[in-house]
Design a protein around this ligand. Sequence first.
Ligand SMILES: Cc1cc2nc3c(=O)[nH]c(=O)nc-3n(C[C@H](O)[C@H](O)[C@H](O)COP(=O)(O)O)c2cc1C
Length: 218
Amino acid sequence: MDKKIDTRRSWPKGYEPKEDDTGEELSDRLGLLETILKAKPEKKASTDIFKVMATRRSTRKFSKNPVEKWKIDKILAAADTAPTAGNFQGFEIFYISDKETKEKLVKASNNQPYVNTPLVLVFCMNPSRVKLDFSPKVIMKFSIQDATLAAAYSQLAASALGLSSIWIGMFDEEKVKEIIGTELRPTSILCIGYPIKKRPAKLRRQLKELIHVVGKKD
Ligand SMILES: Cc1cc2nc3c(=O)[nH]c(=O)nc-3n(C[C@H](O)[C@H](O)[C@H](O)COP(=O)(O)O)c2cc1C
């Protein structure tokens, strides 16, 4: 891989991933993913994806402990691995770097206090990136799915790293847009941190109620 810094792909102001273990500067997604793959054992996450899925539980009570930078890197990189329609990545992530903005987001989210967590990410649709020859309705549908999948990947990555999260869907879209300074439609706010108490996963309905078999049995 070319290690030269490509400024066109540099990280945004306010979020710069730290240098990797070899002291090389990270300039792009590949650099970030490569670092994750090369990470020392203590910087690895739980790799059993089924265990991560089965034990993930939302939290609304977080400790004040900050999320380590290397974990934030992984959570962001995870979003960037999600599939997207036509690989056009029809979404954007807004990384909230200050307390004041988080407090504003609490208010815009029906005063849900847990929106003020150590790591807050706002996932937005960006349909203009989806360069496919389909109707605007289809493009919007793709874009909302792109943003949602990316957030889901980040949420699972957070769980794999021993963190917990709460997915916020209840917010005033217009207020959130104004707070983060975008015209893009927000789809979810992902609030991540260490849970005060680890709790077991919630029950779901029976699989036989969930799965609907279509067609004749072969
Ligand atoms: C689309 C969506 C919207 C949600 N919105 C909120 C929300 O605004 N506030 C909140 O406290 N939890 C919200 N949640 C979290 C759910 O309440 C939670 O995931 C659900 O109760 C299942 O619990 P679990 O995540 O621990 O399995 C949302 C989850 C999803 C997927």
